[in-house]
Structures are given as structure tokens and as C-alpha cells.
Design a protein around this ligand. Structure first.
Ligand SMILES: Nc1ncnc2c1ncn2[C@@H]1O[C@H](COP(=O)(O)OP(=O)(O)OP(=O)(O)O)[C@@H](O)[C@H]1O
Ligand SMILES: [Mg+2]
Length: 376
């Protein structure tokens, strides 16, 4: 492994400073001579460059080789991880018109916690405490959001709040989650490599295995295929407190997306029934959003209550982020997360478990009501 690390370090020397800079969260290479980075949610062009396409391509070949894969004309796309855990995706020309195109999502060594998210303004203290309670009570929680909106980070933070006594099985395409709990089993999928007689092992298969390995809770890092149906079934069959992330722009979209993914497989279950299964599996949806000011925030925490008579998902916002202004100097949005005057259906459980979370925490502050009246 260290031989590979050294080779990769040498090949990636032109961006060595960016890889080391803890403020850089993403490095985007659009051909040898154009490199951008993301810092604090905003994108900047940097002066770094690779001498030529060949040197950039050699770097990508070395990375592919270190994870036992190939990148060439026949395999022009690569998903891999760098020795430090950073995630990398590569597309070669002629598909990539700019030249070899790469994005590196830096692996953050500092693990974020609920209090970090509060400090960043991504969650309010009350909302964080509420999510903590949801983890404690074993609610099924789906984290929804667009690309790079902070889904994995949120799942990681929430996973760390699962009661220590429980057995957790985590299934991912590329191991990213680092959930700190006492009893964690990690699974990672395998890609097929026909040249070496290696068969594919999918998320779906690993979910089925996980079910036979006495899990208390199952976490699927990213639900993007037929495994949605398996996760829904897991959630509906007593593995309360299971979790996953899904690519969607609102809590209701997240349900619809899961439903579509369920139907992708060759299931004999009729679509209406699938919708009901999704609705009953979903309990809490945490919506992550990336705003135009570069801020990543939790835009909604919602409860899914089922489907109504016309077949629409019933979703109720419990908390949501509300913008109240904009800092004229920094361009940053000003706002806060507010309760939405909705008491979740499981409030009784909060009382029964004697959890310190008064009903008044769900009441929207007066200024919100005022703004709403003005806007109406
Ligand atoms: N609340 C936050 N405030 C600031 N930065 C954050 C926040 N949440 C996540 N980040 C940072 O944003 C980047 C993307 O986060 P993350 O990988 O969690 O997103 P994602 O939605 O899972 O992305 P993808 O769609 O690529 O899987 C990371 O660098 C992470 O450290
Ligand atoms: Mg992710």
C-alpha cells in the first residue's frame, strides 16, 4: 500500500498543497491546466496545473492501479479512493471535452458532530436535540439532499448518536461513513472485473445478507437502485431506526424517489402497494440543502404520515430553516431553523420515555408568524 501511496503522492505533486490544505474540501480538475477548489462552500480557481495531459493521466492510472482497477480507452470512467480515504471520480477524453476531468472529495479527518452542525448554523440546538431523540427512539430516518449537500456528513453525525447497545450494519458502495459506536459491522460493494473472474456484489445482496446477520439497525450509505425495496422492507419489518440517504430535493420528493427506485427492480408488488410501503417505512426525513451563498444547511426536518385518499404522501414539517436576511458584506444568508407548529405523531413516546423535550419546543416563534402574515 505504501508503495502506491508514494507513487500517487509523486504523481499528484502539482496539487499536493491543495490535498494538504484542510480548508479545501473539494478539488476539481478540468483538464491539465484548469483547476478549481471548494473552500467553505464556495468555488475558486487556483493557479495549480499539471504539466500536460499525459502527466495527469499517469496520475489517474496510478490511482486506479492502487485500488486494483484500470482506467484506459475501454474503461474511461473511474470511481476510487486515495490512500487517505478521499473519494475521486475521473472521466477521460473524448467523453470529457476539457481533457481528463477529475473531482476529489477530500476526506475530512476531523469528524463533525451535532454541535459542529449547530455551530455552522446548519441545525438549531432544539432541532439537534429532536434528532437525537429520534435516534434514541429508533425512528427510521432518511437523509435527503442534492449532490454535495451534506447527506453523508449528516448520516455520519446521526449514526454516532445510536444507542451503544445496538448492533449496526453499514452498507456502502465506497466506504465513507465512520460511525462511532461499539458494535458496528461495515460492508462495501465490489465491482465486477471479468478479466480476473471477479463477480459483482451489490448493495442489494449485502442488504439481504445483513438481514441474516442479526442487525438491530441497517444503514445504507446511499440508496440509488433496486436496494430501495430491500431497505423499505427492512424498515417495515421491525428493524426500526434504520437509515439511508437519497438524492432528492424535498421530503416528499425523497419518498417519490424511493418509490421509483423500488419499482426499478423486477418486483411483482403493484405500484400502489409500494407507495404505501414507502409511506409507512418513512418516519423522519432530514433534508440537506446547499444554498447559493455556499452554506450547507438542514432545510427541513419532516415527518411522513402516510398517503392520503388521492394517493399523495402526507408530509409535515417539524422544523425548517428560514431565511430572514442577507449580510451585505459577506453575501451570507442570515436566518435560523424554526419549529413549524407541528407536534410529531410520536410525541407520546417522548413523554413515556421521560425525555426532556417539552411540547412548547414545536411552537413557532412569534416573529415567524408575523413574517408569514405579512407575506400572505
Ligand atoms: N453543515 C455543513 N456545513 C458546512 N460544510 C458541510 C456541512 N455538511 C457537510 N459539509 C461539507 O460538505 C462537503 C460535502 O458533504 P457530504 O459528502 O456529506 O455531501 P453529500 O450530500 O453526501 O455528497 P454526495 O452527493 O457527493 O454524496 C464535505 O466536504 C463536508 O465536509
Ligand atoms: Mg454522500
Amino acid at each position: 500500500m505504501s508503495v502506491f501511496s508514494e507513487a500517487i503522492d509523486t504523481f499528484l505533486a502539482p496539487i499536493g498543497d491543495l490535498l494538504k490544505d484542510p480548508l479545501v474540501t473539494e478539488i476539481m480538475i478540468n483538464g491539465a491546466h484548469e483547476i478549481f477548489v471548494e473552500k467553505k462552500g464556495l468555488i475558486y480557481k487556483v493557479d495549480n496545473f499539471f504539466p500536460n495531459e499525459d502527466s495527469l493521466l499517469s496520475a489517474m492510472r496510478a490511482i486506479a492501479q492502487s485500488v486494483g482497477r484500470v482506467i484506459d480507452n475501454d474503461n474511461p470512467r473511474l470511481d476510487a479512493r486515495l490512500p487517505d480515504g478521499s473519494r475521486i471520480h475521473v472521466v477521460l477524453p473524448p467523453m470529457a471535452k476539457n481533457g481528463t476531468t477529475v473531482a476529489i472529495r477530500k476526506f475530512s479527518k476531523e469528524e463533525l458532530t451535532l454541535s459542529d452542525l449547530i455551530q455552522f448554523g446548519s441545525l438549531s440546538k432544539t432541532a439537534a436535540r429532536f434528532l437525537d431523540i429520534c435516534m434514541y427512539l429508533g425512528k427510521n430516518v432518511v437523509v435527503s439532499g442534492g449532490t454535495g449537500s451534506g447527506k453523508t456528513t449528516m448520516l455520519n453525525v446521526l449514526g454516532g448518536r445510536i444507542p451503544k447497545t445496538q448492533r449496526l450494519i453499514i452498507i456502502e458502495d465506497a466506504a465513507e461513513l465512520q460511525v462511532h459506536a461499539e458494535h458496528v459491522v461495515n460492508f462495501e460493494t465490489r465491482k465486477a472485473d471479468p478479466t480476473r473472474g471477479v463477480n459483482e456484489v451489490t448493495i442489494r445482496e449485502l442488504v439481504i445478507s445483513a438481514m441474516r446477520l442479526r442487525p438491530d439497525r441497517i444503514i445504507v450509505g446511499e440508496v440509488r437502485g433496486e436496494e430501495a425495496l430491500d431497505l423499505i422492507q427492512v424498515m417495515n419489518t421491525g428493524h426500526d431506526g434504520s437509515m439511508g440517504t437519497v438524492h432528492a430535493n424535498s421530503p416528499v420528493d425523497a419518498c417519490t424517489r424511493l418509490e421509483t427506485l423500488c419499482l426499478m427492480g423486477e418486483t411483482k408488488i403493484p405500484p400502489d402497494a409500494i407507495r404505501k410501503m414507502v409511506a409507512s417505512a418513512m418516519q423522519i426525513i432530514v433534508q440537506c440543502s446547499r444554498y447559493h451563498d455556499g452554506g450547507r444547511r438542514t432545510s427541513h426536518i419532516s415527518e411522513i404520515l402516510g398517503v392520503d385518499a388521492s394517493g399523495n404522501y402526507i408530509s409535515r414539517d417539524i422544523f425548517r430553516w428560514m431565511q430572514t436576511g442577507k449580510d451585505s458584506e459577506t453575501g451570507r444568508y442570515i436566518g435560523e431553523m424554526v419549529p413549524c407548529n407541528y407536534v410529531p405523531s410520536f410525541f407520546e413516546e417522548i413523554i413515556v420515555h421521560k425525555l426532556p423535550f417539552p411540547k412548547s419546543s414545536f411552537v413557532a416563534p412569534e416573529w415567524v408568524q408575523k413574517i408569514k402574515k405579512e407575506a400572505a
